[in-house]
Design a protein around this ligand. Structure first.
Ligand SMILES: [Zn+2]
Length: 120
């Protein structure tokens, strides 16, 4: 029953590392840009407002990435528990192709689409 596959863990950890690297890179870019705005435009409120609204955009994106990170962590937990690769809702085996495309997948395609679109 336990379809534990070392490839799955490897792939999840790799996805997680890449995601963390991307977040770190974006935060790095963010800090330097805000610092630059603070340094050069201290008295220019319009430019500061611009810098702040750009910062908010990046926070919105990071929120999405935080959710992605949470999904990868949850998938790793399910892997440890021997549940990875089974649909969370109906328990069917999630096709390898789907796991390859989306390693954090917790549901089969049918359950995922009814989860995302319960009235559809
Ligand atoms: Zn399902």
């Amino acid at each position: 029953m336990n379809s534990s596959n070392p490839l799955h863990k490897e792939r999840l950890l790799r996805e997680r590392t890449q995601l963390l690297a991307r977040i770190a890179q974006e935060r790095g870019g963010l800090v330097s840009r805000v610092d630059m705005a603070a340094e050069h435009d201290v008295r220019d409120f319009e430019n500061r407002a611009q810098a702040i609204s750009e910062r908010n955009d990046e926070f919105a994106m990071n929120e999405h990435e935080t959710a992605e990170l949470g999904a990868l962590d949850a998938a790793l937990e399910r892997l440890e528990a021997g549940l990875y690769g089974s649909c969370k809702d109906c328990g069917v085996h999630i096709p390898e192709a789907r796991l390859a495309a989306y390693p954090a997948a917790m549901r089969c395609i049918d359950c995922q689409s009814s989860f995302e679109n319960p009235h559809g």
